[in-house]
Design a protein around this ligand. Structure first.
Ligand code: SF4
Ligand code: SF4
Length: 342
């Protein structure tokens, strides 16, 4: 890995030239919030964002994605991945993308994810402002972000850019970069360490202790009922989560009745009908019909079930679920700390 430096004015020129050569997806302002969007101009870029409404995984797996097109008995893949640069991803969202890389590569591979992921260069950037529900410093501390190609850190007068992969070194050739000085490297290191002390929320227990105790709490029905008492099953906590990856698949038919397309859309286990299956003959079975069982399932997924596959929890502490939950009952820190103290 090599550390480069680029001045603020040269960085703007670099991003403008990048936009002209490839699709760049980056954080932009949406009134008081932020969103990853295709960047039209460097003036829209907001690397000082706190957290985005939806996670950057949407650039790789859109909310709605065409999978195949069919016409009678003929069927063709709708994968058409083009090169893109995902710019300004915070380290916790890189960790989430790493998890999806892992999960979508196992067993029945998800070729859609893998195709779009392969065409994506990820340039991470340091957290300049911590969101008001974040706890990324205290969750999954043993898991390091690894899927990014480069890492930008804002320092005085410009950015230190750590080029990690050959893709990042290729980008360096497109801008006016020079070697970062030892003082600039130190300034970047200090900035990245400082932000870890600024999270407003803290998970007080180790990943292993949480995994064990949350699992043991599975049968405490009354506890889960208390937690979920005000839940109205909106699914927002799933939809905003960078590590949630469930989807629904539906066919959309054209008026000719023979052709159409098969699409997938993000789904969420907190929705009432998520676990409803057909028994045939017009009958159905919902194996998580009760609200508290869905609430419990979400926490089991985040804190226990996937830990062995991911070497850590399936939560990166972004705090999006906490901010998006109207009754404010989805916060993993509050739920887990309460279970740990019970
Ligand atoms: S569970 Fe909540 S805090 Fe954890 S990664 Fe998902 S949205 Fe972020
Ligand atoms: S966001 Fe809150 S109310 Fe909505 S499903 Fe999640 S826990 Fe329930």
């Amino acid at each position: 890995m090599k550390s480069h430096f680029i001045s603020d004015s040269d960085f703007s020129k670099f991003v403008e030239s990048l936009i002209r050569s490839v699709r760049v997806v980056a954080p932009v302002a949406k009134k008081t919030k932020f969103s990853f969007e295709t960047l039209e101009s460097v003036s829209d870029l907001r690397l000082d964002y706190d957290v985005t409404i939806l996670p950057p995984k949407k650039a790789i797996m859109p909310v709605k994605q065409e999978l195949v097109r069919f016409n009678g008995n003929s069927i063709e893949s709708a994968i058409s991945a083009q090169d893109q640069v995902l710019l300004g991803v915070h380290f916790y969202d890189v960790k989430a993308i790493d998890m999806l890389d892992e999960l979508f590569s196992q067993g029945h591979k998800d070729y859609n994810w893998l195709a779009y992921r392969q065409h994506t260069t990820i340039i991470a950037s340091n957290v300049q402002k911590v969101s008001n529900r974040a706890f990324f410093a205290s969750v999954g501390q043993g898991v390091q972000a690894k899927g990014h190609d480069g890492f930008l850190t804002k320092v005085s007068g410009g950015y230190v850019f750590d080029a990690i992969s050959p893709k990042a070194e290729a980008l360096v050739k497109q801008g006016t970069f020079k070697d970062a000085s030892p003082a600039q490297v130190t300034e970047a290191k200090v900035a990245n360490e400082k932000v870890l002390k600024e999270c407003p929320e803290t998970l007080k227990h180790s990943t292993e202790a949480v995994q064990k105790k949350v699992r043991e709490a599975f049968k405490k029905e009354e506890l889960w009922k208390q937690f979920s008492d005000q839940c109205f099953s909106c699914g927002s906590c799933n939809i905003v989560c960078p590590t949630c990856y469930c989807f629904d698949v539906q066919d959309e038919w054209n008026l000719d009745g023979t052709s159409g397309k098969r699409c997938r859309t993000w789904d969420g286990c907190m929705l009432g009908e998520f676990a409803q299956v057909s028994l045939g003959g017009g009958h159905t079975e919902n194996f998580r019909e009760e609200r508290h069982t869905r609430f419990r399932h979400r926490m089991m997924r985040k804190a226990t079930y996937l830990n062995d596959k991911l070497n850590g929890p399936a939560c990166v502490g972004c705090g999006r679920c906490s901010s998006s939950c109207v009754p404010d009952i989805a916060d993993p820190v509050k739920i887990i700390n309460k279970i740990m103290e019970a």
